[in-house]
Ligand binder design. Structure first.
Ligand SMILES: [Zn+2]
Length: 164
């Protein structure tokens, strides 16, 4: 724990390199685009980097990219303009939905009354290898449905047809 005056928060040594809170007013398409500019890692790994945006975990990274129609394999620096706008909106929407549904840690999450977090039941792509994506008009016999790949040792799920 550390105490610091509010006006020094943005320059505090433990805080200054952390990106904006995704649900805060300072996070937007242009802010995300600026943070991604020139980055050569995949967009999936970039949005899990707290220097780009704080607190987007592995599940929400996959879900946000699906909503935004962006391939997790796309080079982060190419997510600019309208794409960055869509992705920033998708991240906010997914996190808000998760909060409303009560969280989603898969193995040991419990609500305060001991129940299970249940956002896991409404994942669009996470953990759904081989299934159709929501509102899917993809031809599963040719796309094999939702695909899984590993990026930085973490599982990523995506629809190879709808995400470019
Ligand atoms: Zn699909």
């Amino acid at each position: 724990m550390d105490l610091t005056p509010l006006e020094n928060l943005a320059t505090h040594r433990l805080i200054k390199s952390i990106g904006p809170e995704p649900l805060g007013n300072e996070f937007s398409g242009p802010v995300l685009a600026a943070a991604l500019k020139g980055r050569r890692v995949s967009i999936k790994q970039a949005i899990m980097d707290a220097k780009v945006v704080a607190g987007v975990g592995n599940i929400y990274a996959s879900e946000s990219l699906f909503r935004a129609g962006i391939s997790p394999k796309r080079t982060a620096g190419t997510v600019q303009g309208g794409r960055a706008e869509k992705l920033a909106t998708a991240i906010k929407d997914v996190l808000n939905a998760a909060i409303l549904a009560g969280g989603s840690t898969l193995k040991d999450h419990r609500t305060t009354d001991g129940g299970l977090g249940y956002f896991q039941f409404s994942f669009a792509v996470y953990g759904r290898t081989g299934e159709a994506c929501p509102n899917c008009d993809c031809d599963i016999s040719s796309t094999s449905g939702i695909s899984r790949l590993e990026q930085g040792g973490r599982s990523t799920y995506y629809c190879p047809r709808k995400q470019r």
